[in-house]
Design a protein around this ligand. Structure first.
Ligand code: RB5
Length: 144
């Protein structure tokens, strides 16, 4: 899978860890930075990842900040993106099955790296359920 990833300073360490994790799984990862943990503004990093997904350059997006909340708020402003802030593997499965999320936003400060690994693995291997969920997702996308 082609995966676009970025973080802010609060998510930098886990972004580095998760990029290596994804590459180890055999994914093609495009890292939009940052390259250090110097303080940055998370919307500046959310947008390139969201646009990669919206414009078809990436299959999925991964964003890491302190909570994941700011990244989700910013990424969801880009038409075509369904970003979900996820802190448990169960919610990772549900954001795929029910919501067809194409961008996941993670917490670098409140969730352990091993849990984020499991969240990512679940996010990347769970299919959209379709059926009754499809019309609901279409209604979300009609709001773009
Ligand atoms: C940075 O201090 C923090 O606000 C940011 O990483 C994120 O948690 C925002 O939602």
């Amino acid at each position: 899978m082609k995966i676009s990833i970025a973080s802010d300073h609060a998510g930098f360490e886990q972004k580095e860890h998760l990029r290596a994790f994804l590459e180890g799984l055999g994914h093609e990862v495009c890292d939009h930075g940052p390259a250090t943990d110097d303080r940055v503004d998370y919307p500046d990093y959310a947008v390139p990842v969201a646009k990669d997904v919206a414009e078809g350059r990436a299959d999925r997006g991964v964003l890491v900040c302190g909570t994941g909340i700011g990244m989700a708020l910013a990424a969801d402003k880009i038409a075509g993106v369904r970003a979900a802030n996820i802190i448990t593997p169960q919610f990772a499965a549900l954001c795929r099955e029910h919501n067809d999320a194409n961008v996941i936003t993670l917490s670098g400060r409140f969730v352990e790296p091993e849990v984020n690994e499991e969240i990512l693995r679940t996010f990347l291997t769970t299919d959209f359920g379709g059926g009754r969920h499809a019309g609901r997702v279409e209604k979300i996308m009609a709001l773009d």
